[in-house]
Design a protein around this ligand. Sequence first.
Ligand SMILES: [Mn+2]
Length: 339
Amino acid sequence: MRFIHTADTHLGFEFIKATKRNSLGRKKRADRIAANFKAVADRALEGRADLFIHGGDLFNKHYLPRLLLEELIRPLADLSRAGIPVLILPGNHERSEFPFDLFHGLKNLVVFDRPKSVVLNAGGYRVGLAGFPFLRDNSRDLFTKALEETDYRELHTDVNFLVTHQAFDQAMVGPGEYVFRSGRRDTVDRRTLPEVFDYIAAGHIHRFQVLDHPCRPGVKIAYPGSIQRMSFAEKDEEKGFIEGELEGDQIHIRFRPLPAYALESVDIAAAGLTARELEREIEGESWRIHEDLIIRFNLTGGETAADYPDADFERLRALLSPVLECQFALRIKGRWVFR
Ligand SMILES: [Mn+2]
């Protein structure tokens, strides 16, 4: 029984309410993300996977236009048409729910839009799958209750998967290697995972990692991570998805990498410079340019906007035009202000 496990695909990445600035760059990143998602689905089609599991955060925002949503889920529709069962749940970026009729008409597609469990015949096994939407508040205390509501105890199957979008203790994120510790309200203690589950198909944590079960050796709590570097905090992380196989009673998994663009940030002490001087500084960084790069210039040294040169940022961006995205961030009163 072969399965694909992905998560945190953040489709519709181009949609942000906050800023219209450099929307072209943002769109180019979104296209790379969508291409990686298609690559994951294509792998399932080519490898004739028996299951396709998405651990949540399919979309980047909950307010995407309907037409865009329908276009973005095309890879899932392809899997559905090919007869590959798709299991999916809404994460925090979907605010724990999908538009109620988005997946209507797609066969072989199970949405954990409320706590539930299903049994599927896949690759010669009877596979039980339980899941529920992202728990927004106090997952520490509400996890067990949500799990009970799935009726997973009624599963009488060969193997059981839990699909979930939560942080488990010992999960690690960010360049500072931050570790979620047991006891936090937003963290589920791994010891609360019932022993009937053989594989925990998790999402939420953007770095690929596999945690063990403290009481049941061999059970994997797996985060495939995001399919592309969604933020600068992920700039050194390899990106990809999980391919798994159940043989006998053993589950083997491996990480399959996907192409990832590069992110670099450059600090420039820009307070007091003239616009021409800033332009020269930025031209001096042009050796960095390549078309798989997101570059962010941190302009520092000032207290107010007036301390920085009145530069034409659109023109500066045009100088660096082959890059995927170019960001200018001014340090003003201890905050980053984007131009
Ligand atoms: Mn996410």
